[in-house]
Design a protein around this ligand. Structure first.
Ligand code: SF4
Length: 401
């Protein structure tokens, strides 16, 4: 048994989260210099880019992108700011975008306007010949950062010591580092997305034994409940406590072991916000992401991935009212693209995903200028052995859904 004790730390992304939260203004990009003034610690870039006004940035990005033509594809995650996503050749959630990236055979370069684990996944699926660029290397994901490889390997050792080889199948959410995906690939496990988490649970449970679900306890718990697994059969592994805070008996009794991670954006939504939306609009349909806490998912009318949320609203009749529990940039965009419906965010305080927000248009221009000068800035590459095992876990996912 490995005993590790260390102090829990609040990820910087959660501290930073509040810096861009606002209640009364539209979320519009300013110069990077002005955005730095709120005290964020983002990747440094040549100072000339810091002072360029948003309109000028837009014009220069357009020119720089056009010069690269088919040598480049730009991918934009749904949670990106408008000033960035308007340059995306493809929009989608993390998995859909990685699949796009893998299929772009003409493109030498992929600029992934998303967060670090997404760029890693695009690199793994695209293979060594596809050069993937993340415009700001500090654009991580607070949830993915809650599962450090060393802590997860310690947990795995503890589980194996207590329960024996093959007793647990690891499942990791797409929102995890390549190291964690590789750990799953190496140990008979699998990757899942928010759309196919139930199918991967079924696959794992069919093998007999238990599940270790990483890194989002809420998606893991909500999926377990949908599969008929009781709350008393799911325990949370705290990486800051010996044995995750459990006895061997606890581990033997549990069916699902949930890693103690969460999304700082989706855990902001509350049952009180749903009640308030229903008070204001008795006919409202509440749709939330399954990274929200169990109480919110239970209280909502429906829940699903970002693609599910987007499609549900697009397919709904005109005149319907939607309260949405997901990232604000996406909610605002869905509202703008569905003017015949009333669409609003459950949370009245406008808080973007702090790490997605780190892709300021100045970074996009910087990496585009680099490519036009023959310099690849901020390339994301994954160690071939890690990429190989991570690919095993990703391929297993594709084979079961
Ligand atoms: S919304 Fe949550 S899970 Fe998604 S990138 Fe942001 S912090 Fe990570």
């Amino acid at each position: 048994m490995v005993v590790r004790l260390r102090e829990p730390t609040i990820p910087i992304t959660e501290v930073e989260q509040s810096a861009f939260c606002q209640t009364d203004e539209e979320l519009k990009s300013r110069t990077l210099l002005e955005e730095f003034e709120v005290g964020v610690r983002w990747q440094k870039l040549p100072t000339g880019y810091m002072r360029i006004e948003p309109e000028e940035l837009g014009r220069r990005i357009q020119e720089a992108r056009a010069a690269l033509d088919r040598r480049l594809v730009i991918l934009g995650h749904h949670y990106q700011r408008d000033e960035v996503i308007r340059f995306a050749d493809f929009r989608g959630d993390s998995f859909k975008l990685s699949q796009f990236a893998a299929r772009q055979e003409d493109a030498e370069y992929v600029i992934f306007c998303g967060v670090h684990f997404m760029a890693e996944t695009a690199s793994i699926l695209g293979g060594p010949e596809r050069r993937v660029i993340l415009p700001n290397l500090m654009a991580g994901c607070s949830m993915a950062d809650m599962a450090h490889a060393d802590d997860v390997l310690d947990c795995w050792d503890d589980l194996t010591d207590a329960l024996g080889e093959g007793a647990v199948t690891p499942i990791t959410y797409m929102n995890s580092t390549a190291d964690i995906k590789a750990m799953c690939g190496r140990n008979g496990g699998i990757v899942c997305t928010s759309s196919n988490a139930s199918a991967t649970y079924r696959w794992a449970l069919d093998k007999g034994g238990k599940i270790l679900f990483l890194p989002d306890q809420h998606l893991g718990r909500n999926t377990g409940l949908k599969m008929g697994i009781g709350l008393d059969e799911m325990i949370v592994w705290n990486p800051f406590k010996p044995m995750g805070g459990h006895t061997e008996e606890d581990l033997r009794r549990a069916k699902v072991i949930l890693w103690q991670g969460h999304c700082s954006v989706h855990t902001r939504f509350t049952v009180a916000q749903i009640e308030e939306a229903r008070r204001r609009y008795p006919d409202v349909h509440v749709v939330v992401h399954p990274e929200c806490v169990m109480e919110v998912v239970r209280e909502a009318d429906s829940d699903g991935s970002t693609e599910f949320i987007k499609k549900s609203i697009e397919d709904a009749p005109a005149g319907t009212v939607w309260a949405v529990g997901t990232e604000i940039s996406l909610v605002n965009r869905i509202a703008a693209e569905n003017p015949d419906k009333t669409v609003f965010c459950l949370d009245s305080v406008v808080c973007p995903c702090a790490t997605m927000y780190r892709i300021h248009p100045a970074y996009l221009l910087w990496v585009l200028d680099g490519l036009n000068e023959g310099v690849v800035v901020n390339e994301i590459s994954v160690d071939p052995e890690i990429a190989g095992y991570a690919r095993v876990a990703l391929d297993r996912m594709l084979s079961v859904v």
